[in-house]
Design a protein around this ligand. Structure first.
Ligand code: BJW
Length: 252
């Protein structure tokens, strides 16, 4: 494990690896002003996930859950991608075989231009119907016009919910499979701004490592992955990722 300096094999791998898989977490959006979940300023310091981010919480008090998500949407509406998001989007444009798997629901990677993207925990800007079996809805009735405490409804009459993955829920069909395939086939895996405690996402770097990839963590703080990673770069992703890009490709 190397902490700090950017080793030559990492720079070479960025330039030449056939396949690159990236996993990002809330830390990459921290420099855009989106709060992380854990840590001293994290959302879970002020709010209990059991009350807001489980199917049971939504069944018990959907208005409270919607209030929290509307508040988060308002905060996220005011933010923009930062240099870390843009560096990853530019790397993808240079490298075929580049897959970005994010746990973030804020949409900032897509806004920065990333295209080969798996949003493992959904997207906070989408709603979906809670009726069974799930179905598409053409438009969202009431959203934007209903009162702040109301619960938006689908055209079928059932409540809508944010299209995100809560604790105890499976990921959207195909997403986990796509992520596992990207990490199993990767020559280089970058793990950026995640506490590496939430599964199944936290298992992806191990999939890459077992298959022989160079695993690199980018995070200002130690995580459970730090001891397993081949390279650890301690620093904010908005600084480290553009620097990696500069070393590998020049410019930026
Ligand atoms: C910086 C920085 C800077 C700061 N630059 N870095 C195996 C073992 C144990 C438990 C489980 C297991 N398998 C499943 C579980 C249960 C559970 C789980 O993992 N629990 C653990 C917490 C104990 N997992 C689940 O329930 C998952 N579902 C599941 O497994 O279902 C099985 C199933 C199958 C079939 C049918 C039914 C069920 C689902 C997990 C969903 C997580 N959802 C959330 C909320 C999303 C919606 C929303 O946003 O509202 O996802 S929780 C929250 O945590 C969010 C995040 O995506 C996720 C990960 O957090 P992340 O991104 O790592 O953020 P932080 O805050 O933790 O860390 C930030 C990091 O950034 C820190 O390290 C900082 O140092 C760093 N940082 N500034 C770079 N500038």
């Amino acid at each position: 494990m190397i902490v700090g300096n950017v080793p030559r094999p990492l720079v070479d791998a960025l330039r030449t690896a056939g396949r690159i898989a990236v996993l990002t977490g809330a830390g990459i959006s921290a420099e855009s002003g989106v709060p992380t979940f854990r840590g001293p300023e994290g959302l879970w310091r002020r709010y209990r996930p059991e009350d807001l981010a489980t199917p049971l919480a939504f069944a018990r008090d959907p208005a409270l859950v919607w209030e929290w998500y509307r508040w988060r949407r308002q905060r996220m509406a005011a933010v923009s991608p930062n240099p870390g998001h843009f560096a990853l989007a530019r790397m993808e444009a240079r490298r075929p075989g580049f897959v970005l798997v994010t746990q973030n629901v804020d949409g900032l990677h897509a806004a920065a231009g990333s295209r080969n993207l798996v949003e493992l925990h959904g997207n906070i800007w989408r709603d979906r119907c809670t009726s069974r079996p799930p179905h598409r809805f053409d438009r969202q009735f009431g959203e934007g016009t209903e009162g702040a405490m109301e619960i938006p409804r689908c055209h079928c009459g059932a409540p809508l919910r944010p299209d995100v993955v809560w604790f105890g829920e499976g990921l959207a069909p195909g997403d986990l499979e796509a992520a596992i395939e990207a990490f199993r086939e990767a020559d280089l895996a970058l793990v950026v701004g995640t506490s590496s405690v939430v599964y199944p996402a936290a298992a992806l770097p191990g999939v890459a490592k077992s298959a022989g990839a160079l695993v690199v963590e980018i995070n200002p703080d130690e995580t459970p992955l730090s001891g397993e990673a081949d390279v650890v770069l301690r620093g904010p992703s908005g600084v480290v990722l553009p620097e990696l890009e500069r070393l590998a490709f020049g410019g930026a």
